[in-house]
Design a protein around this ligand. Sequence first.
Ligand code: MN
Length: 228
Amino acid sequence: MKWVFKPAGAVPWPVRNQDAFFPVHNLYCVGRNYKDHAREMGGDPDRGTPFFFQKPADALLAPGESLQYPAGTSDLQHEVELVVALGKSGYNIQEANAENLIFGYGSGVDLTRRDQQSKEYKSGRPWFRGKVFSGSAALSEIVPKMDCPDVKDMEIKLEVNEDLRQRTNCSDLIWSVPEIISFLSQDIPLAAGDLIYTGTPSGVGKLVQGDIVKANLNSLVSLSFKVT
Ligand code: MN
């Protein structure tokens, strides 16, 4: 095939202990997937239907990069999340088969302009400016599934300047990883290279310039960045 110009292609992401890169395709995010966070946002913590939003892959903040404090906010907030990396494609996936799509996991931070998101929420508009800006999806290296424990034995935590802000066991997810994959894949074919940010527990909070943010997935992998 001939292109009128060279296509952008996938965003390359490091994989722990491998020299081959994971090719990032789409980024999906789950809203309110821990009861304590749903309550802290003034929402209903009961299990309704999961809801999703997206960030473009160009919003990823690579390991080792600093986050430039974004314009248009005075309330930049952190949300630590378990990130699922898909290694296979699928459409209309049954929960029982969802596990087969998973390549691995990472530790991520869904960065949010909370003041913008609140405005959008109140006006009934999409969470675009609230959720999408350069560097708004931080992600560690990806750890292949075979090197990870079960999701029920995973813990994610986030520290700001070595102060613990968020910590949860991933067994507390309202919607499990297979349920999320199954739900999403009813609407849109999922592709190898897709990333799913699975939602944040309580303890979301403000970041300011100079903060050092560290997010861990067990002792498996961590990511750290400075807000500049
Ligand atoms: Mn989030």
